[in-house]
Structures are given as structure tokens and as C-alpha cells.
Design a protein around this ligand. Structure first.
Ligand code: HEC
Length: 150
């Protein structure tokens, strides 16, 4: 009479299952990588200025207060779409001026409002940051966040 699962059958299921899921995981990792590189990332416009802007962003730990595409702290607004929020798609010159002026005008000291420190960034650093924001806003996030204020 059959005793259900034999030891060797259990072992085969274990090894077979492990191999199956390792291969599946590797295939999904490769798929994600190719998707990021070829579809969701706009490599053609990844300029030196965008790279410098990201370094300014990292040097000053903006992520300690802000989120970028949902990653980061939730003390201050999401900045992955700040370019869109400032109307950059229709009025790029005005959005650039607005964003730079805004960063230069901090902190506002407005009572009851969360404050952003003054980083004393150079004009070049501000321009690079704006280039970084503009580039980031073009990443295909599949509709996230659902509204521009997010
Ligand atoms: C100590 C926390 C803090 C840090 C660090 C910080 N910010 Fe902010 N930031 C804020 C707060 C708070 C606001 C919103 C202030 C308000 O609305 O009055 C803000 C708003 C902004 C805005 C305008 C967002 C909008 O939707 O109007 C931009 C752009 C911005 N920050 C860029 C930066 C950059 C670039 C850095 C790094 C160089 C940075 N922030 C670092 C707190 C911070």
C-alpha cells in the first residue's frame, strides 16, 4: 500500500521547487532590469547636468525630508513630479525660474508651516537640480502618484 509521499519524492519536490523559483526569480530580475533600462528610463536625455543635479541632491540629503518617486521621508512634498507641479511641461522657462527662486527664498519663516533650510546653492547647482527634477519627471512611473500634488 502506498505510504503517500516517499522520502525521495519529497526531496525531488524540494529541489525541483527550489530550482524552479530560483530560475523564475532570476528571469523576473532580468525582466525588471531590461524594463528599467529600456522603457522607464529616458537614457537619451540623461545629461551631465542631470547627473550633477543628482549629486547635489545626495550631498545635501534632500531625501531626509522629501520623497522622490515615493522613496524617502514624508516631512516635505514629493519631488519626483515637482517639475510638472510647477507647470514645467507647458512653461519650462517659468518653472525653472520658479523652482530656483523658491529654493533660494527658504526658509519662509511662515508661522505654522514646515520649513525648508537655506542651502546656499550656487546658480549652477540650482540649475542642475532643476535639470534633475525635469529628467525625473519623465520617468515612466505608470501613473504614480495619481495626482500632481502627491
Ligand atoms: C529639513 C527638511 C528639508 C530638507 C532637508 C529639504 N527640504 Fe525641500 N522642503 C521642505 C519643506 C518643509 C517644504 C515645503 C515648505 C512649504 O511648503 O512652505 C519643501 C519644499 C521644497 C520644494 C518645493 C516643493 C513644492 O511642491 O512646492 C522644493 C523644490 C524643494 N523643497 C527642494 C529641496 C531640495 C533640492 C533639497 C536639498 C538640497 C531640499 N528641498 C531639502 C523641507 C526640506
Amino acid at each position: 500500500m502506498s505510504e503517500g509521499l516517499t522520502k525521495s519524492a519529497a526531496r525531488n519536490i524540494f529541489y525541483g521547487g527550489t530550482a524552479f523559483f530560483v530560475i523564475l526569480f532570476a528571469a523576473l530580475a532580468v525582466h525588471s532590469h531590461l524594463y528599467i533600462v529600456n522603457t522607464s528610463t529616458d537614457q537619451a536625455t540623461l545629461t551631465e547636468a542631470v547627473v550633477r543635479g543628482k549629486h547635489v541632491w545626495e550631498r545635501h540629503s534632500c531625501i531626509n525630508c522629501h520623497s522622490l518617486l515615493g522613496e524617502g521621508a514624508y516631512f516635505a512634498p514629493e519631488l519626483g513630479n515637482v517639475w510638472v507641479r510647477y507647470g514645467g511641461r507647458d512653461h519650462p522657462v517659468g518653472a525653472r525660474m520658479g523652482l530656483k527662486a523658491w529654493m533660494q527664498a527658504q526658509p519662509t519663516g511662515a508661522a505654522g508651516r514646515r520649513q525648508m533650510p537655506q542651502f546656499n546653492l550656487t546658480d549652477q547647482e540650482l540649475d542642475d537640480l532643476v535639470d534633475f527634477f525635469e529628467w525625473t519627471s519623465r520617468i515612466d512611473t505608470q501613473g504614480w502618484p495619481p495626482n500632481t500634488s502627491g
